[in-house]
Ligand binder design. Sequence first.
Ligand SMILES: C[C@@]1(CC(=O)O)C2=NC(=C\c3[nH]c(c(CCC(=O)O)c3CC(=O)O)Cc3[nH]c(c(CC(=O)O)c3CCC(=O)O)/C=C3\N/C(=C\2)[C@@H](CCC(=O)O)[C@]3(C)CC(=O)O)/[C@H]1CCC(=O)O
Ligand SMILES: NC(=O)c1ccc[n+]([C@@H]2O[C@H](COP(=O)([O-])OP(=O)(O)OC[C@H]3O[C@@H](n4cnc5c(N)ncnc54)[C@H](O)[C@@H]3O)[C@@H](O)[C@H]2O)c1
Length: 146
Amino acid sequence: MYPITLNLKNKPVLIIGGGKIAARKIKGLLGEGADMTVISPILHKDIKQEMITWIQKEYEASDIRPQYQLIFACTDNNSLNEQILSDALPSQLVNVVSNKEKSDFYNMSMIKHKGIKIGITTEGASPKVTKETRIKLQEWLNKNEE
Ligand SMILES: C[C@@]1(CC(=O)O)C2=NC(=C\c3[nH]c(c(CCC(=O)O)c3CC(=O)O)Cc3[nH]c(c(CC(=O)O)c3CCC(=O)O)/C=C3\N/C(=C\2)[C@@H](CCC(=O)O)[C@]3(C)CC(=O)O)/[C@H]1CCC(=O)O
Ligand SMILES: NC(=O)c1ccc[n+]([C@@H]2O[C@H](COP(=O)([O-])OP(=O)(O)OC[C@H]3O[C@@H](n4cnc5c(N)ncnc54)[C@H](O)[C@@H]3O)[C@@H](O)[C@H]2O)c1
């Protein structure tokens, strides 16, 4: 997979599902100034409703508008998340939170340290190993700080 960092300021980003995992993704995306639309019957308490456009309903294929370049399928229903992936246009990139093999892209585990960002990924193979590595590396950086 090809690593890049994206400038998402004012870019329209679509999230389907508004639960715990969506809340984590939305926090990071709002921090980067993305223009967020969330489609979900229910919103997690950590999602700041006033910062997003919330469309309170269940997903339908017509929700996939061409202006979205990034789409996050964050429902707790893996077959629905996979349906979202197949409804998307070939030009749209879809993150499927419930399937290690099928995503067009993954979020990396991030460390921010003294003005640099370190991204860690197993390219979907093992989120658990990613998290463990982030914790070990963070401890090493803290220990070896001048
Ligand atoms: C890095 C991080 C970024 C982020 O999500 O922002 C991320 N997962 C994180 C946390 C986390 N993930 C999980 C737990 C609970 C368990 C635990 O603690 O172990 C926690 C902890 C928590 O939720 O607190 C389990 C889990 N994760 C995925 C599945 C589904 C599956 O495996 O198919 C399941 C099992 C679900 C189940 O079976 O129930 C899937 C994905 N998770 C990824 C990324 C992508 C691949 C990354 C890579 O390639 O390495 C991928 C494929 C899709 C994506 O999301 O992009 C983030 C910060 C980590 C940190 O640094 O703390
Ligand atoms: N990527 C990761 O880091 C990670 C970590 C743990 C779990 N997971 C996976 O992510 C999935 C979601 O986890 P969660 O904790 O956020 O679940 P959750 O139950 O907190 O949230 C699910 C959300 O999906 C919404 N939803 C359900 N059906 C919908 C529909 N038809 N249309 C639109 N929205 C719909 C619900 O309203 C809710 O807001 C889990 O099932 C698991 O497979 C991923």
